[in-house]
Structure formats: C-alpha cells, structure tokens
Design a protein around this ligand. Sequence first.
Ligand code: AMP
Ligand code: MG
Length: 350
Amino acid sequence: MKRKFVWSLLGFASLMILLYVLQPAPDDIKFTDETRLMLDTFIRIVVYDPDFPADSVKQAISAAFADFARIDQLCSSVRDSSEISEINRQAGRAPVKISRHLRKILEYAKFTSEISGGAFDISFLPVSRRWNFYDSSRPFRKPAPEEIATALPKVDFRKIQLEADSVFLREPGMEIDVGGIAKGYAVDLAFETLQKSGLRDFQIDAGGNLRFLAGPVSTGKRKIWIKHPRNRDLLWGYLQMDTGCVATSGDYERFFIEDSVRYHHIIDPKTGYPAQKAVSVTVIAPTAMAADAFSTAIFVLGPVAGLQLAETQPELEAVILYLEQGELKWVASHGIRDKLVLESVGVASF
Ligand code: AMP
Ligand code: MG
C-alpha cells in the first residue's frame, strides 16, 4: 500500500487557498496587518485606510479578532465547552439552548442544505470522524466500507430540529460540525466591526474566506488569485474585484493519497466518501457566510449540478475546476466571467 501524507503548515491549520494582492502595488502603499491562528486556520486582516490614526486601526483589528474568538468558542466541535459540543452530547436526548450567533449559522446551514439537495449537510461529522479528519493527534485513515455504512444513517440534516432558541438532534449518535460555514459568518461579523469603527479600505481572509471593501488605496488594484489545485507552485487565474465576498473550497488543503486516490475533508453526505466531482470551487456571494457554505455545497455537487445551482441562484457566482481523464477543466457561471482572468503565474512571483 502506497501512502503519502500531506500536511499543512501548522498542524491542523489549513493553508491560505486564495491569495489576494494589490496590483500594481507601489512600494509606498502603507497598510497595517495582523494574522492569528483561529477557527483552525489563519485569519489575516489588512487595513489600508491612509488617514486613520494607527492606534484606532489597532483597536479596530483587535475588536475584529474578538469576533473570531467568540465564534470559535461557540462553534468548535473539538472544544468541550462550545455550544456545538453540547448539542452533540445531547443528541437523541434533549434540545439545547443556543446563542443568536449560532442560530443564524444553523438557519443558513439549513437553507444551504435545502437548496443544494443535501450536498451541504452539517451532520456529516459521524462519517468524517471515521476518516480521522477531526483528530489532529491521529493520522488520516481510510475506513472500511462497513464503518461508513454504520455511520452514514446518522447523516441527515432533516433530523436537525431548529427552534426559535434551541436545537435538537433527533437521533442518538448524530453530531454536527459547522466548519464549512462558521468562518464565513465570523468574517461577516468582523467586517461589520471594522466598518463600524469607521474603516473604509480593508480586507479579511479566514482560510480562503474573503471579504473586502475598497477605499481610496485599493480601488482598481485588487486581484484575488485562485491557486492551481494540482500544482502548489502555480496560481491558476484571478478575479478582479474591488468590494465583495469570495470563498474557495479545494481538495488540496487537508488530504492524503492512498493507492493513487486522493481522500480529503469535504464529505459527500450521500456516499460518506470525500466528494470527487470537483477539485476547486470559488464562489462570489453577498455575504462571506453564503460564499463559505455554497463553495462547500457546490464542491460536493461538481461541475454540472453545481453550475446549475449557481446559475439559478441570482446572488451566487461560481468557478468550478474539475478533472476529466486527468486533465484540469473549468466551468463558470455567467455573472463571474467579466471578473475572471485566466492567467497562470508562479506563486514565487509574489
Ligand atoms: P470549506 O473549506 O469551507 O469547503 O469547508 C470544509 C469543511 O466543511 C470541512 O473541514 C468540514 O468541517 C465541513 N464539511 C465537510 N463536508 C461537508 C458537507 N458535505 N457539508 C457541510 N460541511 C462539510
Ligand atoms: Mg465552506
């Protein structure tokens, strides 16, 4: 058995999968930035506002990171004290009271599940555990088909009973995880915090979930590069955008290869195996939460059903990269084509 592990920089933290830069960027562009490791990933905030006092910028950035910390506390499925952990412990037993933030996340998760015909399903966790995608202390593994068959009946978003201020998982053994949507929600919160502080030119990146606002410095200069999903040294193309929300889901962040097959962390809830139809999906949406959830959903759906979903939802745009007989192909929804520039360059050029 040939087995190869590929692991990212810091244990469980995923790599930045979208790269955004201001181009052309004269050397005299001043900015303040800070990166922290939270929500299992690197969060980077960059503020360009030219005339804002440095202290106020620092304060605003700290407040935005406090938003990320809050969502991390509520949503972590590895932290025993989180609301998510309590919901999972009470599966099949009792409803659990939830905060306003978690309610919003669970509501949108439900909407995404319904729109995507169950491709997005936060109750995927019992299956994902079998692959050890949830335990940083143990290596990933390919479970036996019987293990997947045992866990799969627990996966069903329709058995998540969401009430006004509580949630109940109807079956014992059910478990939810909001890793495919919570980062986006946290980005939206942090975005509001920065905006309320008076900032007008900044960007937030939470592991490939971006939200940015163009002010005098960045307008016309922001390129959001999509990484090449099969060549770490290459960027595949970019989106030219000033203001908005973009997220990418890819199979090249957390994965292992066994007998030449790639297994990764985005699970197809219908099969219990990692989704195979796409390799990278980038979505533009009105909020970072929508971009986050739908990039995961469209990744599972793949180029045909995924594109159809993007075309029928007026607020969503998508670029879907996939493999056909080993060759990298792509499709894109109509509304994204004027922003998409196919230009392959080396990562090293940044
Ligand atoms: P993203 O990087 O946003 O595509 O999210 C990937 C994360 O979403 C995984 O690490 C899991 O936490 C979660 N996830 C995996 N499969 C699914 C699925 N089918 N539906 C919802 N969330 C998922
Ligand atoms: Mg996502």
